[in-house]
Design a protein around this ligand. Structure first.
Ligand code: KPL
Length: 322
């Protein structure tokens, strides 16, 4: 069985790595810190299920991304936050992903595919979008809170409003989907990842900044007429920009957003969790990206610009755990 490397020891990274390892695939997890890698090597990954099904505990190899790794992975799954993709990440990731080996990026927002295509010439870059939900409960443990789907395919490039695909081969996506299916995921190949990423971006660009600024759970977002009005205004502006950038016209996108709020009513959005924990947020890759796309198309995006500035300004103003 071919060796798979998962970069990222967060909720999605550990879920992917744990399930793949449990299906018999040799997996190495590459983490930000040496401490987490030591813990994973010693304890393996525990996946507890909040949706029925037994807990599993499975052995994995692990090392810090900065460390030398003897493994030559046949495939890399990148499951890090956009905030990790700073210029300092370019050299370690280029060392970790061998030329000719594909990488599938499970990141929110957009912009990461453009960065990765620049950092990793000669590798196939795939984009992955998932609705799997999980919560990291410790450095080597996750709780699977919602079964979802994974869609993957050749990565679209977005910056500058151009429409292009990263270099690579369509057949790689089929092979990655097959490995993920064997590990029990519902994984499918898409030849239009731009559409899927833009649809997810639309929901994240509305729910994440507003729940962060109002400090409310997703289900509270449209509970009052005032909140519903501001939510709809941000939705309309964002939809206008993303439609100009290739999101196909489709009825029912607002209703889908309302359904997502209802389905995740008790959840705090990932951005609110980052704000409350005093971490950096993905605002630049979500609403900041929408504002940049708007500028490239000559469209106004005052609400996206404002929420980007406001969420950025929250950093450090909220007490940890508040
Ligand atoms: O993806 C999400 C996130 O929190 O980042 C949503 C869909 C908003 C669910 O919380």
């Amino acid at each position: 069985m071919k060796h798979i490397q998962v970069i990222g020891g967060g909720a999605i990274g550990l879920l992917l790595a744990g399930r793949l390892a449990a299906s018999g695939v040799p997996v190495t997890v590459r983490t930000r810190t040496g401490e987490q890698a030591e813990k994973l090597s010693a304890e393996g990954i525990t996946i507890e299920s909040a949706i029925g099904g037994a807990a599993i505990r499975t052995a994995v190899e692990a090392s810090a991304l900065e460390a030398e790794s003897p493994a030559r992975p046949a495939l890399t799954l990148l499951a890090v936050k956009q905030t990790a993709l700073a210029p300092a990440f370019a050299a370690p990731i280029a060392r970790a992903v061998p030329p000719g080996s594909p990488l599938a990026a499970f990141c929110n927002g957009i912009g990461h595919t453009d960065l990765l295509a620049g950092w990793l010439p000669g590798r196939t870059i795939l984009a992955a979008v998932t609705t799997e939900a999980s919560l990291r409960t410790g450095p080597a443990a996750v709780r699977h809170t919602g079964a979802g789907e994974i869609w993957l395919g050749r990565a679209p490039l977005f910056e500058g409003g151009r429409e292009a695909l990263a270099e690579g081969d369509e057949t790689e996506a089929e092979a990655v989907a097959a490995v993920l299916k064997q590990a029990g995921f519902s994984a499918n190949v898409s030849n239009d990842m731009a559409k899927r990423m833009l649809r997810k971006l639309l929901n994240n660009a509305v729910i994440n900044p507003l729940t962060s600024l109002l400090r409310i759970a997703n289900g509270e977002l449209v509970r009052t007429p005032e909140r519903a009005a501001v939510t709809k205004r941000l939705f309309d502006e964002t939809l206008g920009v993303l439609s100009a950038c290739g999101l196909p016209p489709e009825a029912g996108l607002w209703e889908q957003l309302l359904e997502l709020c209802a389905a995740t009513a008790a959840n705090r959005s990932s951005m609110l969790q980052d704000v409350l924990a005093g971490r950096g947020t993905e605002i630049a890759a979500i609403n900041g990206a929408v504002a940049r796309l708007a500028a490239a198309k000559g469209l106004p995006a005052p609400l996206n610009e404002s929420v980007t500035a406001l969420v950025s300004a929250l950093r450090g103003t909220i007490e940890k755990g508040g």
